[in-house]
Design a protein around this ligand. Structure first.
Ligand code: MG
Length: 494
């Protein structure tokens, strides 16, 4: 990207250093999760710590230029995007002092270790003092960053620019009763199975790898611009505009898990790979928010991958590589892909109940940050709210309040973005003629049409516009959960 404005061009030139350091950090992070021998952990921690400090220093070095650029008028959308993105990144470094960053780093590293054994033992009391410390530090971060009305607003904004408690309340107050209504209908009708025999079918990793490769081809993932590896927890990382890495895992049974994680991560990858060429190496050359990102992965996973048409499309590929599937037909496959059951664990939740798991976490985070509830009260609050939203009471804290890693890592404000992904997916579905474009394209085996649609309307802009503005431009509205509810109602309860 070139700017006619001298000050903006200076920022773009200065950013090369930050970009190169982020590039290195991303590659080191990817390697750590995929190929690094375990004993390399300590050296890797030292190297990334140093690089992160260099990156911070390089960012702070741009402060004068950014402050000046903030006052510029008559910038075009991309130039405005560059200044806005840099201001946001700098804001955190400027307002949150190194000591607080350091305290948080220490507290979360320690808490994550304790959390692992606390979860195993289902012992919340063990974890409680660590979580108290983290909540206290996160409150301090919120105070430093500044906020209006609710401290949670400062933290939400870190993951989803401009998104507030007011917005989240508006989303969840419609999503909770709407989802419960559909769930009640589904339970009464009993069409969607709670469990499917294909869940226990064994597979070998090499065969499943061929299936996944076939799926990547169907999704038209550009062969020379990405690679897929194996990791404990599947993820996507953007090393550069033409170098995106995804991972999956092979557990040996329940093949839909690796299949849908591959589709999910490919959805994230396509977003990064679809960003405009002119945004390469700039601060806006990446997906704009976690919610927008998750809308891409979940659109491919749920709207495309769990559709009737996709079951048909993928059947030959599965039959070729997994011989034991021959006694099942496309309809079986569809119901296997779409089992619906109430469960305690978020990561096992189906498409329908998923947002209730998120709503629960949102309510709890909001209350604990404002000080309305104490950390020690979380297990009982969790269980009560779970009963209210999902209609089950967790038997212990391992299956309840201790199940997620997020809080031990200090990620408060992250959970809601999972639901925002679903909400935006609903808006995409609606914009695509209530899904007719998906049905037609998948029936024809032409997923390129969908890729193109998303690329033109969303991907190519990167972080040029803030997420709300991008949605307004594409959909004429933002974070409207009604379309997701309509999509779920038509899919599961019509
Ligand atoms: Mg994701």
């Amino acid at each position: 990207m070139q700017s006619k404005n001298k000050q903006v061009q200076e920022l773009l030139d200065g950013y090369s250093e930050v970009w190169a350091l982020n590039h290195s950090l991303a590659l080191l992070g990817w390697d750590m999760e995929t190929h690094m021998p375990e004993a390399g952990t300590r050296a890797r921690g030292m190297a990334t710590g140093q690089l992160a400090m260099m990156m911070q220093k390089a960012m702070l070095g741009m402060k004068g230029g950014v402050t000046k650029a903030e006052k510029l008028k008559d910038l075009d959308a991309k130039e405005q995007g560059v200044v806005r993105s840099l201001s946001r990144e700098l804001d955190y470094f400027v307002k949150v002092p190194p000591k607080l960053v350091d305290d948080l780093e220490r507290a979360t590293t320690e808490a994550t270790v304790v959390w692992r054994s606390a979860r195993k033992k289902s012992d919340f009391k063990m974890f409680s003092p660590h979580l108290e410390k983290i909540v206290e530090l996160k409150r301090e971060v919120a105070e430093r960053l500044g906020y209006t009305k609710h401290p949670y607003n400062a933290l939400l904004d870190l993951y989803e620019e401009g998104f507030t408690v007011k917005d989240a309340d508006a989303v969840f107050s419609r999503l909770i009763p709407g989802t419960r209504k559909v769930m009640d209908k589904v339970t009464r009708a009993g069409i969607y199975p709670a469990k499917h025999p294909l869940e226990s079918m064994k597979y070998d990793a090499a065969s499943m790898e061929r299936v996944n490769e076939g799926i990547l081809k169907l999704m038209q993932m550009p062969k020379d611009r990405f690679r897929m590896d194996v990791s404990t927890h599947p993820f996507t990382t953007n090393i550069a505009a033409d170098d995106v890495r995804i991972t999956t895992r092979y557990e040996g049974t329940n093949f839909k898990a690796t299949m849908f994680s591959t589709i999910h991560e490919s959805g994230h990858a396509l977003y990064e790979l679809g960003i405009g060429d002119d945004l390469k190496f700039t601060p806006i050359g990446s997906g704009v928010s976690l919610g927008m990102h998750e809308s891409q992965s979940r659109f491919w996973e749920n709207v495309v991958g769990r559709s009737r048409e996709f079951s048909k499309l993928v059947m030959p590929l599965l039959k070729k590589n997994l011989p034991s599937i021959s006694k099942y037909d496309e309809e079986d496959l569809y119901f296997y892909f779409n089992t619906v059951r109430k469960s305690f664990i978020r990561v096992d939740a189906d498409e329908l109940s998923y947002n209730l798991h998120i709503a629960l976490r949102y309510e709890i985070e909001k209350k604990v940050l404002s000080g309305d509830v104490k950390v020690s009260e979380l297990p009982s609050l969790w269980n009560e709210t779970f009963e209210k939203f999902i209609g089950l009471t967790p038997p212990n804290d391992e299956k309840g309040v201790l199940q997620d890693i997020h809080w031990s890592g200090g990620s408060f404000g992250y959970f809601p973005t999972y639901s925002l992904g679903n909400v935006i997916l609903g808006m995409i579905w609606h914009k695509m003629g209530d899904g007719s474009l998906v049905r037609d394209s998948v029936a024809e085996g032409d997923l390129g049409t969908l890729k193109e649609w998303l690329g033109t309307k969303i991907h190519r802009w990167g972080a040029t516009y803030p997420p709300k503005e991008l949605q307004d431009r594409v959909f004429g509205e933002s974070y409207n959960p009604d379309w997701l509810l309509r999509y779920l109602e038509l899919k599961f309860a019509a």
